[in-house]
Design a protein around this ligand. Sequence first.
Ligand SMILES: Cc1cc2nc3c(=O)[nH]c(=O)nc-3n(C[C@H](O)[C@H](O)[C@H](O)COP(=O)(O)O)c2cc1C
Length: 322
Amino acid sequence: MPFYESVLRPLLFLMEPEKAHNLGLWAVSHGLVSAKAPDRALAKSVFGVRFPNPVGLAAGFDKNAVALSRWKDLGFGFVEVGTVTRHAQPGNPRPRMFRLPSSRAIINRLGFNNLGADAAARNMEGVAAGIPVGVNIGKSKVTPLEEAHLDYAYSFRALARFADYVVVNVSSPNTPGLRELQERDSLTRILAGLKEIDERKPLFVKIAPDLSLGAIEDVVAVCQELKLTGMVCTNTTVSRSMLTSDSGIEGGLSGAPLTSMADETLRFVRELSPDLVLIGVGGVMTPEDAKRKLSVGADLVQVYTGWVYGGPGFVPDVLRTI
Ligand SMILES: Cc1cc2nc3c(=O)[nH]c(=O)nc-3n(C[C@H](O)[C@H](O)[C@H](O)COP(=O)(O)O)c2cc1C
């Protein structure tokens, strides 16, 4: 059994999840963790950007871009920082991150804890990631929903110049009302505002796996009308239907229980839109999961929970298989 699974993970899993997360991020940001990517030709160009490989780190791990220059050393082909909000905010009260080891899952209700757009810009200034960088932006908790577009515009102005692509996150379950912004008029208002600021910056929308088919059709239509680059499918789910026993913990569920929901959403979006660039995320827990996402229509894939459970060897394993 690899060292991470036999020794490191059991030790990390003794710690409170958020503490283990912070320790892991600290270790990565100090260059203490690395992984050798296999020597395979996996580079691809998508929306005019060259990705050394199609496997990225999903949003939420490096919220404040503190380890930006390090992710390439773990084998990642790109990294999405954030979610960043206009205002710095502490997020929800702790505990707010929970492991479900027997389900190979995580539930989180962090609530966009982050240092704010200006601090993220300071962290990104002058730092070379060596791989493409996405910046994921969201709405501050203090900002009323009607003013959400101004919040997104502020963060976009502060951060787009550091990004190869920007993701509008309207799908976190942990900011009250946020997911209502997936609705047609609100979404159009946010995205049209960003297009006005910089029409050429590749723009994505990240959606929830809990949307009805009709609601997904609406989002895809807005993306097509506004000539967006693509979509990120999907965020965490509020559903618990795939768990044998509902833990009763509130928040967004990720990992193995999310795999088929996220795949179905991705597949449906691909059927609707042959032209949008799709980043497939949600429940990639094995190399085969990543391979399947690529085969059902993802141009790129991302991992979060699979990386927490699989450790530094996970991305190289995926890269050997896809
Ligand atoms: C602890 C945690 C924090 C997250 N934070 C964010 C976030 O800030 N913004 C976001 O768009 N997604 C966030 N996500 C969602 C992930 O980016 C991803 O969409 C989701 O976890 C599904 O992928 P997975 O099953 O590989 O984890 C978070 C996920 C976890 C587990």
